[in-house]
Design a protein around this ligand. Structure first.
Ligand SMILES: NC(=O)c1ccc[n+]([C@@H]2O[C@H](COP(=O)([O-])OP(=O)(O)OC[C@H]3O[C@@H](n4cnc5c(N)ncnc54)[C@H](OP(=O)(O)O)[C@@H]3O)[C@@H](O)[C@H]2O)c1
Length: 316
């Protein structure tokens, strides 16, 4: 952990800017910075949803992710910026690629105009596959765009599979002892908790010791399959015989369409999942070159189920 107070008090106060502050990762970055006493400016789309940060002393800026003027103002004077493509998916979108390109251009233009020197960008393991489609193609486009800015120092973080993706699975296991999805049950996924991504990003923002462009893969302490994840979640939930079942791409598509996804977005998610199942999307850097974080799936699943129980006790 980095000690920051002495530097803040002795030098000009550095400001750290966090885009997507209400996303899983953005929230984790902002909270991690605030816990270390760093001055933080958070950007999100609603004052109400930014209140938890403002209550802890952050400056809150309400802006759409594609609003380049608002971003430029928000980035002004920043020591370093956390930049991300928010959200991961817009279910009803018919042209998510166009949306992501607009957000990327807004971020890039604002970084240039605000003369930002350091950016920690959220990319992902999807950027490892050069033929990746929507929604992950935006990650490589973001990386390339940031790399093209000569004056900018960029650290692109390429985390693997977010444990948060398993939240629904954990709830299903707790409720019924079974869960299903299109991902193969036997595939070891490079799982990582977004809280850990937040801590790594906060460290990098504060030290800002990277030069030029670099990309680092991030993953948790051990890869885990969904069959194993279901078993572990079942043990925690008191359903030790819990199982995960893989469903066909056709059934996955039907599920997505019936839950409100547009045809193009549902098709894209099914293709992306096929890419993961076939190993086309995978971690590429040698494990010793990756940043390995500490949260295990068991702790993550326990926290998900404890939060649910607490909310039930409070009459959610
Ligand atoms: N899931 C994975 O396994 C994985 C792995 C590697 C990389 N990634 C990358 O991680 C990024 C997603 O990160 P994340 O999970 O932290 O984000 P996220 O949780 O998907 O972001 C959700 C936030 O986006 C905002 N939002 C919701 N709908 C929106 C809309 N229609 N337009 C604009 N903003 C909207 C909301 O915040 P407001 O309050 O501001 O509205 C919401 O809280 C993606 O770029 C993804 O490719 C994901």
């Amino acid at each position: 952990m980095i000690e920051i107070y002495p530097r803040i008090l002795s030098e000009e106060v550095p400001m750290f800017v966090v885009t997507g502050a209400n996303s899983n990762t953005g929230r984790a970055v902002a909270m991690s910075l605030l816990e270390r006493g760093a001055p933080v400016r958070v950007i999100g789309r609603s004052t109400e949803r930014l209140r938890p940060f403002a209550d802890r002393g952050a400056e809150a800026i309400v802006a759409e992710p594609f609003d380049r003027i608002a971003l430029e103002k928000a980035f002004a004077g920043a020591k370093a910026v956390y930049a991300m493509l928010q959200p991961g998916v817009i279910p009803e979108s018919d042209d998510f690629s166009a949306y992501q390109r607009e957000v990327i251009e807004a971020i890039a233009s604002a970084l240039v105009k605000a003369r930002t020197s350091h950016v920690v960008a959220l990319s992902g393991w999807g950027a490892n596959y050069d033929k990746v489609g929507v929604p992950l193609e935006g990650l490589a486009i973001l990386e390339n765009r940031l790399e093209s800015i000569g004056t900018l120092n960029t650290l692109a973080l390429r985390p693997g599979w977010f444990m948060e993706n398993a939240t629904a699975l954990i709830h299903e296991i707790a409720a019924s002892g079974s869960a299903s999805g299109q991902l193969r049950g036997d595939l070891a996924l490079p799982m990582i908790a977004t809280a850990d991504i937040g801590a790594v990003a906060a460290d990098a923002l504060i030290t800002a010791d990277f030069r030029g462009f670099s990309a680092r893969e991030l993953e948790g302490p051990e890869p885990l399959s969904l069959t194993e994840a279901a078993r572990l979640a079942g043990e925690i939930a008191g359903k030790p015989d819990s199982v995960y079942r893989q469903i066909s791409p056709e059934d996955a598509l039907a599920r997505l369409l019936s839950s409100g996804f547009s045809t193009t977005m549902a098709d894209a998610i099914v293709r992306m999942t096929d890419d993961v199942n076939a190993g086309r999307i995978r971690m590429m850097q040698p494990r010793e070159a990756r940043i390995i974080t500490t949260t295990r799936f068991q702790s993550f699943a326990s926290a998900v189920l404890n939060t649910e129980r607490t909310e039930e006790n409070h009459g959610r």
